[in-house]
Design a protein around this ligand. Structure first.
Ligand code: FAD
Ligand code: ZN
Length: 468
């Protein structure tokens, strides 16, 4: 065994260091776009063990790639092919450390899956609102490191806004104990925010204090039909004004998205007898009852119909219908994948300009890649669109995939024109680490590099991710 691994095995126990097939399994990303070759997979069981491993890595200049559930979509948790990087898995650190109900806070270790955190909150009669399709596998450490979003950001914020405190093992192996459960703390720079969204490039998150919310007793969903995407914007403003914090989800998807779901998920049912150009899924939750949530949503939709803001609406009347409506939205990504390979974008635009963006990007793509099929859907209430592009019908997907950089350029240059961001949720990883240099100013990039140098002077934390 290599000397670095021998030292780590001596500190953590031999079972904590895996090589060969076990390690190789951790060296491929979820979408199977990136294939690395790690020195080993290291699986510490405590903060002290993470610190011991990091001290050895700092001493020997060994690069470390932190890994949670490995569900990330930009290759952030995949090592390079040098055979010299260690994948550090947090999977064994999966304990709930503390529940403080009066403070509305839950302290968990980084390797808890998001579903386990949600379950722990539920058992305490509270809600941990972060929710995304990969929640059974993704870990809270990975969620915080990517500042994950999902379908309830509109109401509760993203991972950044759900975090009160962090414990982080630094590149040096020192442990920063920032596990504070404070809602107000103005004692200088907010260090935890540096590590949130840093994609493992500044340190290893080992535990977090998370914010809990009251558990709504009623949740109701509806799908509203629109003639054009533009209609979604006044409808959103109206829904916010009428419903305030009861408006929990506001998601847009096109008829082509629905067509793909109906095709690839047999048993799915279209919400209306007639087809419409665009749809909005609206979720309303109410702390007291489902009846109150339903009444608020029905009122909203009745008024919207009267004002011609929408063409039609279908409201869920049972849990099964609620789930079926959400499935039409949730299954879009998978339906597109079943249709064939596609090029994904995860952009954000000021909400007021989203419809304009969809039109402008559509025109630019039609000019540059005639016949390309746009699967456009997302969290319109957060200004976040998944602007995915499939090749023209019958075209060779491999040839289209070779044009990825050119497709990205068209979509992202259009984002820049509208004052948007090229990653709203998924992060940069090794997928957009070069691309980002085109859209951030030299000053902003240098400030980011200065932070990186300050926290990781040797450059051993997830090198080659976020910044190329
Ligand atoms: P990983 O993939 O293991 O790692 C992600 C990054 O974080 C890597 O750079 C890694 O090095 C770093 N990292 C992981 N753990 C730590 C740690 N403890 N300390 C420091 N760095 C760490 N994302 C959304 O935001 N919204 C969605 O709605 C959404 N839906 C998804 C649906 C599906 C089906 C899939 C497959 C993915 C989806 N994602 C979504 C992306 C992904 O699930 C999230 O980015 C998730 O937060 C990643 O968590 P993970 O534990 O799998 O992290
Ligand atoms: Zn999303």
């Amino acid at each position: 065994m290599n000397e670095v691994l021998e030292r780590i095995a001596a500190a953590l126990g031999p079972g904590a260091v895996q090589t060969g097939a076990d390690a190789q399994g951790a060296a491929v990303d979820w979408r199977r776009r990136y294939f690395g070759r790690p020195l080993a997979l290291v699986r510490p069981a405590s903060t002290a063990e993470v610190a011991a491993a990091m001290r050895i890595c700092a001493h020997t200049g060994t690069a470390v790639v932190p890994q949670g559930g490995n569900t990330g979509l930009c290759g952030g948790a995949t090592p390079d092919a040098s055979g010299r990087q260690i994948v550090l898995s947090l999977a064994r650190m999966n304990r709930v450390r503390e529940l403080d109900l009066l403070n509305g806070a839950l302290t968990v270790e980084a390797g808890c899956t998001l579903a386990a955190v949600q379950q722990a909150a539920l058992e305490a009669g509270r809600l941990f609102p972060l929710s995304l399709a990969a929640e059974g596998t993704a870990q809270i450490g990975g969620n915080l490191s990517t500042n994950a979003g999902g379908t309830a950001v509109l109401r509760y914020g993203n991972a950044r806004e759900l975090t009160l405190g962090l414990e982080v093992v630094l590149a040096s192996g020192e442990v920063w104990d920032g596990l504070r459960g404070l809602r107000k703390d103005n004692t200088g720079y907010d260090l935890k925010q540096l590590f949130i969204g840093a994609e493992g490039t500044l340190g290893v998150i080992t535990a977090a204090v998370l914010k809990l919310h009251p558990l709504p007793r009623g949740r109701v969903a509806a799908i509203a039909a629109l003639q054009v995407a533009q209609q979604a914007l006044p409808l959103f403003a109206f829904a916010q004004e009428r419903l305030g914090p009861r408006l929990t989800g506001f998601e847009l998807f096109s008829d082509f998205c629905l067509e793909l779901v109906l095709k690839h998920f047999p048993g799915s049912v279209a919400p209306f007898a007639a087809r419409h150009a665009q749809y909005v899924l609206i979720e309303v939750s109410d702390l007291d009852s489902e009846r109150a949530a339903g009444a608020a949503l029905e009122d909203l939709l009745a008024q919207a119909l009267q004002d011609a803001l929408i063409m039609d609406a279908a409201v869920s009347a049972s849990l099964a219908q609620f789930q079926a409506l959400w499935a039409l939205r949730d299954n879009i990504s998978e339906a597109q994948a079943r249709e064939g390979p596609n090029i994904k974008h995860d952009v954000s635009i000021p909400i007021s300009r989203m419809a304009e963006y969809i039109e402008a990007a559509g025109e630019a793509m039609a000019r540059a890649f005639p016949g390309s099929r746009k699967v456009v859907f997302g969290h319109i209430g957060d200004g976040n669109l998944h602007y995915n592009v499939s090749p023209p019908e019958g075209a060779d997907p491999a040839a289209f995939a070779r044009d990825t950089a050119a497709v990205n350029r068209v979509v992202h240059d259009c984002v820049a024109r509208f004052g948007g961001s090229i990653s709203a949720e998924h992060g940069l990883g090794q997928y957009k680490n070069v691309e980002i240099a085109r859209y951030k100013s030299a000053l902003e990039l240098e400030l980011m590099r200065a932070v990186k140098r300050a926290l990781d002077p040797q450059g051993i934390m997830n090198p080659g991710k976020v910044l190329a």
